[in-house]
Every structure is written in structure tokens, then in C-alpha cells.
Design a protein around this ligand. Structure first.
Ligand SMILES: *[C@@H]1O[C@H](CO)[C@@H](O)[C@H](O)[C@H]1NC(C)=O
Length: 269
């Protein structure tokens, strides 16, 4: 099944902006053995972005008790290609009420559709815009893809965490510099659109703050090949930053974290 956006979904999306996305619903009661599904790209995936790197999703399990991580992230994917390949549908087919689905994209979502189409670039915009590729395909926005997937999971009784993408090495120019891409804002918008049952966490900001405090030498060593993909040690910090964000937001996943908020590196944003 391909997702398509309907007028009623858009109307709903427009009406759910009263509260910030991270405060939008009552927590689900803690449940025995939920699964935590991870949907994302190489920065989250098993095997990371190739030799010497690892995705942060591989380290999340160490901070959880009573919940099992199912890392379905795949290298090279965007919100669009993850949708088009049926990967959100595959998770939706397996998700149970009380499960948690983490959605984190952005690294492969940029680019232009004007002359070529790599199958990953989303239509620009933060609403229901559509674009047509040179081959005549209709492409939707990051916000539309993530909102549609998130609503499908929430309809199945799952909690959705829309997480902002990880930063590229914020020390690469010498001085520390972090500015979230537009997909950071889009992730928050998607969480708001999904509404009740969805939370936003600014994972990128939490990672950036930890990387700032660790300093250039240590952080440069986390990026052995390029400025995007981290070493296993770097990925463990990226996973911890996500856990800190979850604990600080006190969302549904927080009740399965075995670590206390104060014991996890970083500060609440
Ligand atoms: C939580 O504690 C476990 C066990 O000590 C450790 O492996 C994990 O990295 C910790 N998580 C965080 C986010 O600090």
C-alpha cells in the first residue's frame, strides 16, 4: 500500500496545534515487553555507514529494561524512500498496541528534484506540497511522509517519537558550530501533526550539546570516514543523547529506561 494524504488527514493535522508536540498526550500505562521499533537511516542502522562506523540504534538496548529494540533503520534511506519501499508498512504490519516507534530521518532527504531524481529527495516545504519529478512521479514532503506513517502507528495503539536528525561533526570547521537543518523543524511539525500519541525529541540538539562539551579532539575521532557517520564509540554517545532527551521529555519510552536522568550524560534542553 502506498500512503496518500487525504483532505480529512490535513484537516486533522491543522487542528492539533494547541499544545507543544512533546506535551500532547497522557502516557500509556507501562506494559510488559513492548517493542521499540527504529525507522531511520545509516546514522541509526546496524552497520552504520560502512567500515569503522556504527548506527546509534545498536546501543539503545543497553539503556532499556523490559523493552526490546527492533532496529529497522537502513542506510541511504529518506522519509520518502523508506515510505516508497514499504518499510513503514512492514513495521505497521508487526506493531502491537503499546509498542513505541522512533522515526528519525533527514540526512538523505535534501536535494533538488528539478533536473534529476535520486529516489530520496522529498518535495520542499513543511505542509502538503507535492512535486513532480522529471520522470513524472509525484513526491510529497518530509512532513507528509512522516505524518502519514506516524498516524498509521498511532492508529495501531503505538506511541510515536519523531526524533530530529543527528548533527554532522559540529567541530569540522575548527570552532564548534551547530545549526539544525530544516528537517529538524520538519520533524517537530510532523510530531505536532500526528497529534495525540506522538512526541518530538530534539535528538540533534542533545547530541550537539554533548559533542560541544567533549571537545574537538574527542569528537573528531568519532568521525573516522566522513562528517556524518560515527564510530561505535561516537554512536554510543549519540544513543545516550537520545536517552537523555527521552528522560527529559518524560515521554512513554522513559518508563523503560533503566538509567536515572541524572546518571546520563548531558543536560535537559
Ligand atoms: C545505562 O546503564 C547501562 C548499564 O550500566 C549502560 O550500559 C548504558 O550505557 C547507560 N545508558 C546511558 C544513557 O547512560
Amino acid at each position: 500500500m502506498k500512503y496518500s494524504i487525504s483532505a480529512s488527514v490535513l484537516a486533522l493535522a491543522a487542528s492539533t496545534t494547541a499544545l507543544p508536540a512533546n506535551k500532547q498526550h497522557q502516557k500509556h500505562a507501562k506494559r510488559a515487553s513492548p517493542k521499540v521499533w527504529l525507522a531511520g537511516d545509516s546514522t541509526m542502522a546496524s552497520g552504520g555507514g560502512g567500515s569503522g562506523t556504527q548506527g546509534w540504534g545498536e546501543y539503545l538496548q543497553y539503556s532499556l529494561s523490559g523493552a526490546t529494540v527492533e532496529n529497522e533503520a537502513r542506510g541511504g534511506r529518506s522519509a520518502r524512500s523508506y515510505t516508497d519501499e514499504g518499510r513503514f508498512d512492514d513495521i505497521a504490519d508487526q506493531v502491537s498496541s503499546g509498542d513505541i516507534v522512533v522515526i528519525e530521518f533527514g540526512h538523505n532527504d535534501g536535494g533538488s528534484l528539478s533536473t534529476t531524481d535520486n529516489g530520496r529527495t522529498d518535495c520542499a516545504g513543511d505542509g502538503d506540497e507535492t512535486c513532480t519529478t522529471p520522470d513524472g512521479l509525484t513526491v510529497q514532503t518530509f512532513v507528509t511522509y512522516v505524518t502519514n506513517a506516524g498516524k498509521t502507528f498511532v492508529d495501531k495503539g503505538a506511541t510515536v517519537i519523531v526524533s530530529s536528525q543527528t548533527p554532522n561533526n559540529p567541530w569540522e570547521e575548527g570552532d564548534f558550530a551547530y545549526t539544525g537543518t530544516r528537517f529538524v523543524g520538519y520533524a517537530e511539525t510532523a510530531a505536532t501533526n500526528i497529534g495525540d500519541g506522538a512526541f518530538y525529541v530534539d535528538h540533534g540538539q542533545y547530541v550537539a550539546n554533548i559533542f560541544e562539551s567533549l571537545g574537538k579532539d574527542e569528537v573528531d575521532a568519532f568521525f573516522p570516514n566522513d562528517h556524518t557517520h560515527t564510530s561505535p564509540e561516537g554512536a554510543d554517545h549519540v544513543a545516550k543523547a537520545f536517552v537523555k532527551a527521552v528522560l527529559c521529555a518524560d515521554n512513554d519510552l522513559a518508563q523503560y529506561v533503566s538509567n536515572s536522568t541524572s546518571s546520563v550524560e548531558g543536560s535537559c534542553v
